[in-house]
Ligand binder design. Structure first.
Ligand code: LLP
Length: 429
């Protein structure tokens, strides 16, 4: 990654900060986030909307990828919007002073309390998933004497995870309204008639860690086709289109992400083409990337404990974290690269299995990892862990969650304190 260096001491550095010094100061395991890298990606998304789409759009950060007050503050400073999927994410954003108008509330089963809370906050948009939510939202807004803008979540039926992406039957997904059954059109009509809601547009999200551009283009076309059909049936022309997130990042050598500004360029072209063809005004566009904003900006530091050689089979290198701070291997067999941070300039010819500390054989970070020769006490850095690691961390085995540190111009600052044993029993009675 371009934000990582090897410094004069032969240590791995991130954003100019020596990872060994960070591990000493803040302890391990430790999440480290490179602030400049995060800001760069935000600016790139903003400027590509500017150049490719005349600025008629807003990138939202999908906070599920990494949510704490500090990231919300940074997103606010960068003028980004925010995608939240729970009362907890919304609360975090509000506590960080994030403007509610720039927040969109997702989720396929928002509770009455969450709906009510979000309305009290004055949230910008609800992304409505189903008819019961539509009714509940209209009713609750009525009781609160407020009015709220909504988008409808549509299933565009694009499977971006097959090798050659395809448009499939879209009915079997728990998210959103299906197009071909007429469900989406019925929802649009109901939304237009709802007294306390304004239907401003539609939303879709086709998947995550996607390396191709065509599925996004196809999604844009399908969604504009729906906007055209809604106009034909109701006379209302929707003005907003949220195309979701999902842009892939580099975890390992073979990952080949598309430069993120190319997404906007191609999607903008697709949108303009369809708008011409269907005689529509180009809608305001939202995108909501999560992983691509924070993923490569983060790494996790661990202390190596035992190095256990099983003759002719493999070597286990055990670390002081694992599935509790990074459950992505056990969930998805995700690939990562790792570096022995205090030996970063040595050759990486030691093939090992990186094992976590939990009582579970599957608690691994990586099999067949190539790292530098290491001994107990060395510091291991696992790279590209900024997305869906901290946010999916757990207290399994009553392991406290690590601290989060942000680095800028070589200087670290603590953003989330390490959990203590007292934190673990805080709610125990
Ligand atoms: N918008 C919606 C409605 C989403 O559901 C998601 C991700 C995003 C935006 C952001 O997608 P991104 O740009 O981050 O790919 N836990 C999994 C990822 C789950 C993604 C869920 N939705 C992982 O660790 O890979």
């Amino acid at each position: 990654n371009d934000n990582l260096q090897i410094n004069a001491a032969g240590h791995l550095a991130i954003g100019g900060a020596d990872t060994i010094a960070l591990a000493e100061e803040f302890g391990t395991p430790l999440y480290v986030m490179d602030e400049d890298k995060i800001r760069q990606v935000c600016r790139m998304y903003k400027s590509s909307i500017e150049t490719c789409y005349g600025g008629n759009g807003l990138p939202l950060f999908a906070s599920k990828a990494f949510c704490c007050k500090e990231i919300c503050r940074i997103m606010n400073e960068e003028g980004m919007g925010l995608d939240v999927v729970s009362g907890g994410e919304l609360y975090t954003a509000m506590q960080a002073g994030f403007p509610a108008k720039r927040i969109q509330f997702h989720g396929n089963n928002k509770t009455q309390d969450e709906i009510s809370y979000a309305l009290s906050c004055g949230i910008g948009h609800f992304v409505v998933d189903n008819l019961s939510e539509l009714e509940l939202l209209d009713e609750t807004a009525g009781e609160k004497h407020c009015h709220v803008d909504i988008l409808l979540r549509i299933k565009p039926g694009i499977d971006a995870h097959t090798h050659q992406f395809i448009r499939t039957g879209q009915i079997d997904s728990k998210f959103g309204f299906a197009l071909e059954t007429g469900e989406a059109m019925d929802a649009a009509k109901a939304a237009i008639h709802a007294k306390n809601l304004t239907l401003t547009g539609v939303h879709c999200h086709i998947g995550s860690q996607i390396f191709e551009i065509q599925p996004f283009e196809l999604a844009a076309k399908v969604m504009l086709g729906f906007i055209r059909d809604v106009r034909a049936e109701t006379g209302v022309e929707l003005q907003e289109l949220n195309l979701g997130g999902g842009f892939g990042i580099k975890y390992v050598e073979n990952d080949q992400p598309v430069p993120y500004d190319r997404y906007m360029e191609l999607v903008s072209n697709a949108v303009h083409m369809c708008c011409n063809e269907y005689d529509l005004t180009a809608p305001k566009i939202y995108i909501e990337p999560g992983r691509s904003i924070v993923g490569e900006a983060g790494l996790t530091l661990y202390k190596i404990g035992s190095v256990k050689q099983i003759p002719n089979i493999r070597t286990y290198v055990s670390i002081d974290g694992g599935m509790t701070d990074n459950p992505r291997y056990i969930l998805y067999q995700s690939q990562y690269e790792a570096v022995v941070a205090n030996k970063a300039n040595e050759s990486a010819d030691f093939e090992v299995t990186i094992a976590g500390r939990c009582c579970e054989s599957g608690d691994l970070i990586q099999e067949g990892a190539k790292i530098q020769r290491c001994i107990p006490g060395d510091i291991l850095a696992v790279l590209s862990t900024g997305a869906y690691n901290y946010s999916m961390a757990s207290n399994y085995n009553r392991v406290p969650r690590p601290a989060v540190v942000f680095v800028k111009d070589g200087a670290p600052r603590l953003a989330v304190r390490r959990e203590s044993y007292e934190d673990l029993i805080r709610n125990d009675i």
